[in-house]
Design a protein around this ligand. Structure first.
Ligand code: ADP
Length: 519
């Protein structure tokens, strides 16, 4: 709003009849503002004076201006609100400040910031009006532009808000659908949000949960030092909490096993320093897994006993065969023996798995000739395969202290896999060496190779690459057992592989200088 000036109270000469002094004239013409004087005593309040700037702004010549009412400046654009304000001011003999659309002689619109001020004569009557005007078109344009921009901005904000609301609802519906309990925590680990599943699982309501510290929930089930340490590190380090198990006697729901995963969340920089905590009830799943493990232990144990008996009978029967027996019968007995050995190995592997699961896989450490063990494994594998040549390079001296039977099992397993999974290749390369204070053993094949994705999983129990399942026999437990055995010996087992080029399985075993003479 403009500050309105007080109307001038000075009584001035009659501009229409008397000459102004040349000095005043020059002063008025020097003004950048257009100045006019109208005579209120004459009909239709005509212009009786205008300065040079008014001529410049309006584009009219003085002689086209003098004698006219100001309204000629508005041409046909008469429906302007500001005109009424002007008319009222003139009628009431008051001053007024308006911004009005005017047109130059050439018909161009210009915004006129007009101030009119009445001149009062000795009798207290308004004799004249002085009008001071400035062309503010540029400012007006900028204002209009700004206005437009603001409107556009507002529209954008509205659209964005609407889309945010939509995505918020979308996210909310996902959060509510998930069958996992979810909590959002602030940096003090206070609960900001909890989904319905959380309420259902823990049989609690919102008032017991929201705005409460995580450690104060229930009967303090999450107040565990190790969990505290992990959760408190999430925000400063961005390290998530992964698969943290909490077994606890929870209020309302009793003894349960919960799996916790927590991550820092940040939504486009808005929600900084928040933690999403996902809690999964794995009590039933764990019970089923345990039952499966128990079944595996019992089944493999139960199978082993009759198998050993059958094997004994078969060996006895073979010995009882007369020397001149039919070659066919001898062949059948040999084949039955081979298959029984195979069955025996499979069952032994299943037993190993269940021993690993229950933590009962024992390592019997004794000094043995590692080089010899590898040579024997290579020889035995060479005897049973016509398809591949196994080339052994390197070798080590001295003895190594470890479980010979288990390590031999690892070497044989890796060799058997190399043969099995490279049916079109002709050779397999085996190498053995001592590097620094480690024994290094490798088996390289030139077969089908293993995709990167499968490489991460093949050491898990029962995992088999999908595409090979129908074509190659196996249970997916060999590598799992191998890795556990190597780990028990303090070593590492790994694979380098490229699909269609082949795989190299290697392990290293640390040599304890006090126990081993290989060092
Ligand atoms: P199994 O051979 O009985 O399936 P393993 O635990 O020994 O079980 O191997 C797991 C999986 O790893 C195999 O099913 C196969 O997909 C893959 N694999 C193991 N060795 C090789 C190899 N030398 N070349 C390609 N794939 C292999």
């Amino acid at each position: 709003m403009k500050e309105e000036r007080e109307p001038s109270q000075t009584v001035t000469p009659d501009w229409s009849t008397k000459d102004i002094s040349p000095l005043f004239h020059a002063a008025l013409d020097a003004s950048v503002s257009g100045i006019i004087i109208t005579d209120n005593n004459l009909p239709d309040n005509p212009i009786v004076y205008c300065n040079k700037s008014f001529e410049r702004i309006s584009g009219y010549d003085r002689k086209e201006i003098i004698g006219h009412n100001c309204r000629f400046l508005q041409r046909d654009d008469r429906e302007q609100e500001m005109r009424k304000k002007l008319r009222d001011a003139v009628k009431e003999g008051k001053h007024a400040n308006v911004e009005i659309r005017n047109y130059t002689k050439a018909g161009e619109l210009f915004w006129n910031e007009l101030y009119i001020s009445p001149i009062v004569d000795d009798a207290g009557k308004v004799s004249h009006f002085i009008g001071v005007q400035n062309d503010v078109t540029d400012r007006k344009k900028a204002e209009q532009e700004l206005h437009l921009q603001r409107e556009l901005m507002e529209q954008k904000i509205n659209e964005r808000t609407a889309s945010l609301r939509l995505s918020e609802e979308y996210l909310k519906s996902i959060v509510e659908t998930v069958r996992e309990s979810l909590l959002v925590l602030d940096s003090d680990l206070k609960v900001l949000t909890a989904n319905e599943e959380f309420m259902r699982t823990f049989k609690v309501n919102r008032s017991e949960t929201i705005n409460k510290k995580l450690y104060d929930l229930g009967n303090g089930q999450w107040n565990i030092d190790a969990l505290r340490e992990l959760l408190e590190k999430i925000l400063p380090t961005n390290n998530p909490v992964l698969d943290f198990e909490v077994e606890h006697n929870f209020p309302h729901i009793g003894q349960k096993l919960m799996l916790l995963n927590a991550h820092r969340i940040e939504l486009e920089g808005t929600y900084k320093d928040r933690i999403l905590l996902a809690i999964e009830d794995i009590t039933d799943r764990r019970a089923i897994e345990l039952r499966k493990d128990d079944f595996l232990a019992v089944a493999s144990h139960e199978l082993k006993t009759p198998l050993t008996t059958v094997k004994g009978y078969l060996q006895y029967a073979t010995r009882l065969l007369p020397k001149d027996s039919d070659a066919k019968i001898i062949d059948i007995m040999d084949k039955a023996n081979v298959q029984l050995d195979r069955l025996n190995r499979l069952i032994a592997e299943l037993l190993d798995v269940s021993k690993i699961q229950s933590g009962n896989l024992e390592v019997h450490r004794e000094a043995f000739d590692f080089n010899n063990m590898v040579e024997e494994a290579v020889e035995s594998m060479s005897r049973t395969t016509d398809s591949h040549e196994i080339i052994f390079s390197g070798g080590i001296e001295g003895s190594y202290v470890g479980d010979e039977a288990q390590l031999s099992q690892v070497v044989k397993n890796l060799l058997a896999n190399a043969v099995k999974y490279s049916p079109k290749a002709r050779k397999i390369e085996v190498s053995l060496s001592v590097i620094s204070k480690y024994i290094k053993f490798s088996v390289q094949d030139f077969g089908m190779g293993i995709s990167l994705n499968d490489q991460k999983k093949i050491f898990e129990r029962f995992y088999r690459a999908r595409h090979i399942q129908q074509h190659f026999p196996g249970m997916g437990i060999g590598l799992y057992i191998c890795e556990q055995i190597i780990e028990k010996h303090g070593g590492t087992l790994w694979v380098d592989s490229e699909v269609d080029k082949g795989s190299t399985f290697s392990f290293t075993l640390p040599i304890n200088t006090e126990e081993n003479s290989t060092a």
